[in-house]
Design a protein around this ligand. Structure first.
Ligand code: NAI
Length: 795
């Protein structure tokens, strides 16, 4: 039985260090090796170092850099300790003691071949070896090595950055043991949390083959029809269900040199003339690389940031004059229509039906990519699902090529392609001729996809609970505009938020109350989770601001009471409740998790009470829950609570947000019973299992407890801290006002230190402070700013 307890990563560059970090993230100790430096750096010489002292320099520096990289490759800086630096001479033999060796060195076949040849001499059967190559042949890398080594060898192609990009292409070689391929597929998905696609050993595998083709076709269309950089980006970004970085900001980020290298790889390795013509690097790219205009790394590419007297200016390259000019904002009726349209299908249809020059551009790019994807099916991957997932997970497209084809109307678009003289692969035409209207089909929540001339059901697994599918299977127990209660099987219900941005308003709060009643009578327990882009960005600030501006204080008071009561009701439920937040979980979203008996964080959870950013303090029980925990944690009345409350004060007053699920521990949210699930797709299942476990262990409901507070003295300490911050110019006067009110609530008001108070008493303090802050003009300005700009105003 294969297991991976330890690993070695060879190559500590961009990808190697990122992969090592991600292994460390999931608790695997990693040996990180790189070459031995040939020369001392000036700073090493100045520090009196000698070459023998810097033999691990590359890996050591790479580990150090991980802690400074943004976005953070590590879930927590402390995890860097799990990475041991070394070098390929002194530590090579240590490779025989690990379970998995990943090669992440320069993209050169001979260099990789040489490394594997040498590795075979220390390699022990059982150790899995993989390459992170972006496009070199897996078979070629190990062609002269033993069958035993080949059996254990495969491609594991991570995307950059490894922690954040979901895609991982698993590429078996001819000799790879199928059991090892299955094991790695499972391991990468479950333990590393990746979305795995099975690729074939063809140039650039799946994602980069189609993705690069798409970018090159875009350039071709642009040059042929005179579109500007800004125009292309306006069309090929969110308007088409693609990331904001669209075409040229993506290329600038990737680096034009890397992109040319990747494109050349296909050009060199494929035989077909038409395909080679697309992969031949356009002259313009070659010129840009020659000039060093390769993107972010060099400060300029298709775009350039320039400092002007007025501040910063973004300039775009004019490809005709090769000069940078101030970037223009592009608008058109068709682009505007895509902004109004809800969902990617509607956006694509709006864009394509407009019949203007932007619609033409979108169509010409799309049809080439769709036809090319259809041509490559079978050659680069066995199923359309693999191709679609590769583009969604590796390039952040909302829809893969075949899903896109369905979205724009398969039959209609094929007719148009043929009418325009394009050659559509026969299998697509035959599929349509047999009466099929799409590549995918949804039948009562079950998805089917095209596979070898028939519909095949998408594999379902118990770990992958889909609320969307359950809703289509009529599993909704109750529903309103903001939330639904869904039966997720085995007597467990799931409370799902689905309001815009999952902001909490009266509808969600009402549904929380109703869910508690429903679960109390008819279910074994409750999961609080959803499939939104973010778990919840907080309470509905718009509603609050409107009431506050109208001076409707009774209304504001009513909203807070509704919130507090819903949370108390959730907490009082006599059955287990487990919350499973993911991505942004802010303000009210945090408060909606806090009443749960257990929280299962997705590893990518950005969790924090950020109310001060809109000039408020948490009033849905957030303050109360935090001090209750401190009081429970330190239940010896002789032990000083102050340091714990002080830490809470800092967390809330500074609106600290975790950088991962694990990081919630550092800022004081994670409790002993809370855990993290790496693969976010499993979170609802894991939460459901947790509910069942809690029930099985003889669940006892949470009882209302008295809270020991730090009182007036403690409040003074916190307020002095705020005063000092103000004096030092670190916070504004309004920040200080908010901090003072927060200190008042966290201290338990004007009572002597060590007093025991009720939960309701603290809730009343929260509400009072919240209401008074709502009346402050600067708080209203903060709310307004957040609503219009999406970020906090520090006034
Ligand atoms: P990099 O240039 O940042 O790092 C390469 C590392 O290899 C350096 O630390 C270097 O010291 C080491 N190295 C150089 N020569 C060596 C040798 N003879 N023996 C052992 N180590 C040697 O490169 P990067 O971007 O990290 O790429 C590494 C691999 O990952 C390549 O195969 C690349 O195609 C692949 N890849 C890169 C992606 C990217 O976005 N940069 C994405 C996915 C795969």
């Amino acid at each position: 039985m294969t297991t991976i307890r330890t690993a070695a990563v060879i190559g500590s560059g961009v990808m190697g260090s990122g992969i090592a970090a991600h292994l460390a993230n999931v608790g695997i100790p990693v040996l990180l090796l790189d070459i031995v430096p040939a020369q001392l750096l000036p700073q090493e010489e100045a520090a009196g170092l000698t070459l023998p002292k810097v033999r691990n320099r590359f890996a050591v520096n790479a580990i150090e850099k991980l802690k400074q990289t943004n976005p953070a490759p590590l879930y927590s800086d402390a995890f860097a300790e799990r990475i041991t630096p070394g070098n390929l001479e002194d530590d090579f033999e240590r490779l025989s003691g690990v379970d998995w060796i990943i090669e992440v060195i320069v993209e050169k076949l001979e260099v990789k071949q040489q490394l594997f040849r040498r590795m075979e001499s220390v390699w022990k059967p059982g150790t899995i070896v993989s390459s992170n190559t972006s496009g070199i042949s897996i078979n070629a890398m190990v062609e002269n090595l033993s069958a035993a080594f080949k059996k254990h060898f495969l491609g594991t192609h991570f995307f950059n950055p490894p922690r954040y990009m979901k895609l991982l292409e698993v590429v078996p070689g001819e000799g790879t043991d199928p059991d090892i391929v299955d094991f790695m597929t499972n391991f990468c998905e479950k333990t590393l949390g990746k979305g795995v696609v099975r690729a074939k050993d063809t140039p650039n595998f799946i994602g980069n083959r189609i993705g690069t083709y798409g970018l090159l076709v875009t350039l071709r269309e642009m040059l042929a029809n005179g579109y500007s950089v800004e125009e292309v980006d306006a069309v090929t970004g969110p308007a088409m269900g693609r990331p904001k970085s669209a075409t040229f900001r993506t290329l600038d980020l990737v680096g034009l040199d890397t992109f040319v290298h990747v494109a050349n790889n296909v050009f060199d390795l494929v035989a077909e003339a038409e395909e080679r013509a697309v992969f031949q690097t356009p002259e313009i790219l070659r010129r840009m690389v020659e000039k060093g205009w390769i993107g972010e790394k060099q400060g300029q590419g298709f775009y350039k940031k320039v400092k002007t007297e007025a501040g910063k200016e973004i300039q775009a390259l004019n490809l005709l004059t090769m000069e940078y000019v101030a970037s223009r904002k592009i608008s058109s009726v068709s682009l505007e229509a895509t902004k109004q349209a809800k969902g990617t299908t509607a956006k694509l249809r709006a864009l394509l039906s407009a019949k203007d020059r932007y619609s033409d551009l979108a169509w010409n790019i799309l049809k080439s990519v769709l036809i090319y994807s259809a041509e490559k099916l079978g050659e680069i991957a066995d199923s359309i699902v693999e191709i679609d997932n590769a583009l969604k997970w590796g390039f952040n497209w909302d829809l893969g090529p075949f899903e896109t084809w369905d979205a724009i109307g398969l039959r209609r678009s094929v007719e148009r392609m043929e009418a325009e003289g394009n050659v559509v692969p026969n299998w697509v035409k035959e599929w349509i001729a047999s009466g099929n209207e799409s590549f995918y089909q949804n039948r009562e929540g079950n998805t089917f996809y095209y596979l070898k001339n028939e519909y095949r059901g998408v594999e379902t697994r118990p770990e992958l609970i889909s609320l969307t599918a359950l809703k289509q299977q009529n599993k909704v127990i109750r529903s309103n505009s903001g939330a639904s209660l869904i039966d997720i099987g085995d007597g467990i219900a799931c409370l799902e938020f689905h309001s815009p941005n999952n902001a909490i308003g009266a509808d969600i709060l009402t549904m929380i109350g109703q869910s508690v009643d429903e679960v109390r009578s008819n279910f074994r327990g409750l999961v609080v989770a959803n499939e939104g882009k973010n778990f919840c960005v907080g309470a509905n600030v718009m509603l609050l601001l409107m009431e506050a501006q109208d001076g409707e204080w009774d209304e504001v008071d009513g909203i807070i009471r509704l919130f507090q009561n819903a949370m108390m009701k959730l907490k009082g439920l006599e059955k287990p409740v487990v919350a499973a937040p993911h991505k942004m979980t802010l303000g009210g979203g945090v408060e909606a998790c806090m009443p749960a008996d257990q929280i299962i964080y997705a590893s990518e959870t950005y969790f924090g009470l950020v109310e001060v950013g809109v000039g408020l303090i948490p009033a849905g029980g957030g303050c109360k829950e935090l001090i209750l925990r401190a009081s429970q944690h330190i239940n010896d009345p002789d032990v000083d609570l102050q340091p714990f409350v002080q830490a809470i004060f800092e967390t809330v007053a500074m609106a600290k947000v975790s950088t991962s699920g694990h990081d919630t521990k550092r800022i004081g949210y994670m409790r002993a019973q809370d855990t993290v699930v790496v693969n976010s797709d499993y979170r609802i299942y894991e939460a459901k299992q947790a509910v069942l476990r809690l029930e099985g262990a003889g669940y006892k409901p949470q009882s209302q407890e008295k809270i020991r507070v730090v009182g007036e003295n403690g409040k003074a300490v916190m307020q002095i801290a705020a005063y000092t911050m103000r004096q030092g110019g670190y916070i504004s006067e309004h920040d200080q006002l908010i901090a003072n009110k927060l200190a008042h609530v966290l201290a338990g008001g004007n009572v002597p230190a060590g007093t025991y108070v009720t939960e309701q008493y603290i809730l009343d303090l929260e509400r009072e402070a919240f209401l008074s802050l709502c009346g402050e003009p600067k708080t209203q300005q903060r709310m307004q700013y957040m609503l219009s700009k999406g970020k906090a105003l520090r006034n």
